[in-house]
Design a binder for this molecule. Sequence first.
Ligand code: NAD
Ligand code: MG
Length: 394
Amino acid sequence: MAETGKRRISILGSTGSIGVNTLDVVSQLGGRDAFDVVAITGNANVTLLAEQAIACGAALAVTADDAHYDALKSALSGTGIEVAAGRAALIEAGARPSDLVMAAIVGTAGLAPTLAAAERGADIALANKECLVSAGELFVRAVTEGGGRLIPVDSEHSAIFQSLEDDQHHAVERIVLTASGGPFRTWSREEMAGVTAEVARAHPNWSMGLKISIGSASMFNKALEIIEAKHLFNIRPDQIEVIVHPQSIIHSMVGYQDGSVIAQLGSPDMRTAIGYALTYPERPKLNVERLDFAKLARLDFEAPDEVRFPALRLARTALERGGAQGAIMNAAEEMAFHAFCAGRIGFLTMADVVEDVMDAMMGHAATTMDAVFAADAEARRRADEIIDKRELAA
Ligand code: NAD
Ligand code: MG
């Protein structure tokens, strides 16, 4: 805590969907009376970043891209807010003393700054699942050795975290990750083959950033979440089930050895999970929509289809193979996602690219962060080559 008694918070990725919701929760919880905002970070959207910095009274505002330094500097001139840009500055934002860091950068770009926060012992509110997919054991170890707490923000993992009873870890039989099934839940592969990013990003229940929205359509997001769950809750892959639940009301569940299943439910609004992570173990009063069960009337479930959505199978393969396969899958998926959004490859080709890169890179270890970053870089190179070929073949 700061000398003022306020909680010191940094928000990595404040201009994104999770970041904006985090600042909303911060303001619902008392804003400047309750929090000292140490640092916020963004990328290209410096207008929003500057507005946020002024509104929340951040001490430091960082843009990830050097090219935006001047624009940010001039937007914040005369405010006394420190301005910085680039990779080292992002890491500095994570490393600066604070009590809690919201890790809400998208993709592997979030790994180094979040790791810096973990190593110095901050509590980590983790939205950036890529940290755990890429560097699972190493990241968890960094948090443990740093002495902070790791509190999931991903709605499914928050639900599991909330449904886990203290001291009953040994009695957990399984965890059940719910998946909405995305916009193509009922579509055939033939129908999915020709979709554009504009169509794929339209999520039926949640409003989210571009990458996770496309990942929900391909179920790569759920694939990453299987790996995230394995590392967060230290359970075997065969204890992790996925069930498609189109209404996104049950956010996930824990099954115990006595047959009980404990679930967490709520409206599809990330602010509940964000608020829980910001105030854990308290439950803050939040202005989010309450569930009206009579109106809901029903909750549906169906088994996931790993033929139409091969991402789920690839996550299981990555866990079986171990080593750097998580980092490789994550990096290849990021490349495939960018290529799909640029119209270079088709929707279904994303999984082919990821599978080819994973198969070509078996046996890479992930024993050090350097090894993880090297595997990530090589996976990107190989994905790029495969995308080039696939593009030409198209
Ligand atoms: P977003 O695209 O809306 O925002 C991403 C943030 O990261 C922005 O602040 C952006 O400026 C920043 N950023 C982008 N590229 C960067 C780079 N190269 N270097 C540094 N910063 C960069 O994404 P989002 O939907 O808010 O998701 C953020 C993370 O939270 C992801 O890991 C996602 O999987 C996870 N998550 C999001 C949701 C959701 O509802 N949006 C739910 C669960 C988990
Ligand atoms: Mg999720």
